[in-house]
Design a protein around this ligand. Structure first.
Ligand code: NAP
Ligand code: ZN
Length: 365
């Protein structure tokens, strides 16, 4: 029997100048807002100024926390809360890449429950104060996922905090991504692709997530050749942002799979950007599928003839450097073998030898 659930509570407002055109929706969320953003980019690409303008025009007071680092830590989330806990914050507006949005999700919980970061990690089913998101990268899809991935230095790892916080609204305006450097554009674009692929080739995939994944893969495929040619026009960036948000909608149903679990140590230990860390594991990951029906359809949708061709494209567009020793590979394989969730999301049984091979055949420069 056809059996599934589908939840997507985030309202999506897309288009050039969509925040300015729809700023009256901000009134629904209260009188005082905390803007959460990274150190620099939102000041340079105009997104922070536009959020401030929209709030001021709606007579909403605001404070700014602009210290979210890449791969944000629990300490940063707590710092934002401690700095602003006495300011009657009604809602949060996250402006930036996945790091700002993920950090803001965890902050939303602290502002609602007035608890420590440690307590947030140990309690279940916590809600947050309302969160609005304006993504300025096209990759994580965090604006349409319930996940918050934080760096937990005490545990020496990055992981999902295990709460479900969907933003109330995602404002999609690709103009803010126009000046993103090529290396961040490609790494984040590959992250979006890996969400679509891991959601599509997933035990939990269902009719609706596959419908989104197939369209998202097709849209991503339309951008791939442009990325190779370094054509990052606004039209290409709009498609990438759309693919990224659709990919978020897919993984919000399915979760991600082996490459995401295996890529986290490459980011935490080796500093490889998140999307690149997943993408370089794809030659081995795709080759372990015994049933190739959906894999072949995926390649068709992105208009790539083989796993080998996709690897060559990723080799060309991604900028990185990483070398692993046999000892490191063994440690990382032990890590993914203890990650039940990611193993469960992979639809076939997977062996230690196959996981080792995925690291050994990773794309290198
Ligand atoms: P990011 O870490 O948010 O940002 C990477 C860099 O890009 C930063 O230096 C940032 O600068 C800069 N940047 C952001 N927007 C820019 C723009 N428009 N122009 C120029 N530079 C820009 O990168 P991300 O890939 O979007 O997010 C990665 C994080 O998201 C990871 O922690 C990953 O684990 C997580 N993630 C979450 C989900 C989810 O579902 N929640 C899914 C996948 C990944 P500033 O710091 O100055 O802003
Ligand atoms: Zn990802």
């Amino acid at each position: 029997m056809l059996e599934f659930t589908y939840t997507m509570p985030t309202k999506i407002i897309a288009g050039r100048n969509c925040l300015e055109k729809n700023r009256e929706v901000l009134r629904n969320y209260g009188k005082t807002c905390l803007i959460v953003t990274g150190f620099r980019s939102s000041k340079l690409n105009g997104s922070l100024e536009d959020v401030i303008d929209a709030l001021e025009n709606e007579n909403i007071k605001y404070n700014i926390f602009d210290k979210v680092e890449e791969n944000p830590s629990l300490e940063t989330v707590e710092a934002a809360y401690l700095e602003n806990k006495d300011k009657n914050i009604d809602f949060i507006f996250a402006v930036g890449g996945g790091s700002a949005i993920d950090a803001a999700k965890a902050m939303a919980i602290l502002f609602r429950h007035h608890i420590t970061g440690e307590e947030m990690l140990s309690l279940k089913n916590l809600k947050g104060i309302p969160l609005l998101a304006l993504p300025t990268t096209a990759g994580t899809g965090s604006e349409t996922t319930p996940y918050s991935i934080l760096t937990l230095h005490d545990e020496k790892q990055k992981r999902n905090i295990g709460q479900k916080i969907f933003p109330e609204i995602a404002f999609l305006d690709a103009r803010y991504t126009l000046n993103m450097p090529y290396s961040i554009t490609t790494s984040t674009a590959v992250d979006a692709f890996t969400h679509l692929a891991e959601g599509y080739l997933n035990t939990k995939a269902n009719l609706l997530s596959d419908t989104l994944a197939e369209k998202g893969l097709q849209v991503f495929g339309e951008c791939l050749k442009s990325l190779v040619k370094k054509d990052c026009s606004l039209e290409v960036r709009e498609k990438l942002l759309l693919a990224s948000t659709m990919a978020g909608m897919v993984i919000s149903q399915t979760g991600t799979s082996l490459p995401h679990g295996m890529g986290y140590p490459l980011t935490y230990e080796k500093g490889v950007p998140h999307g690149t860390a997943n993408g370089i594991l794809y030659p081995g990951y795709l080759s372990i599928f015994k049933d190739r029906t959906k894999l072949n359809r995926l390649l068709e949708l992105i208009d790539v003839s083989s796993i080998d061709e996709l690897s060559k494209i990723f080799h060309q567009i991604l900028e990185f450097e990483v070398i692993l020793t046999d000892k490191e590979i063994k440690t990382y394989v032990d890590g993914i073998l203890s990650n039940e969730k990611k193993l469960k999301n992979h639809p076939e049984k997977v062996t230690r030898e196959e996981l080792t091979m995925i690291y050994k055949t990773m794309i290198t420069k």
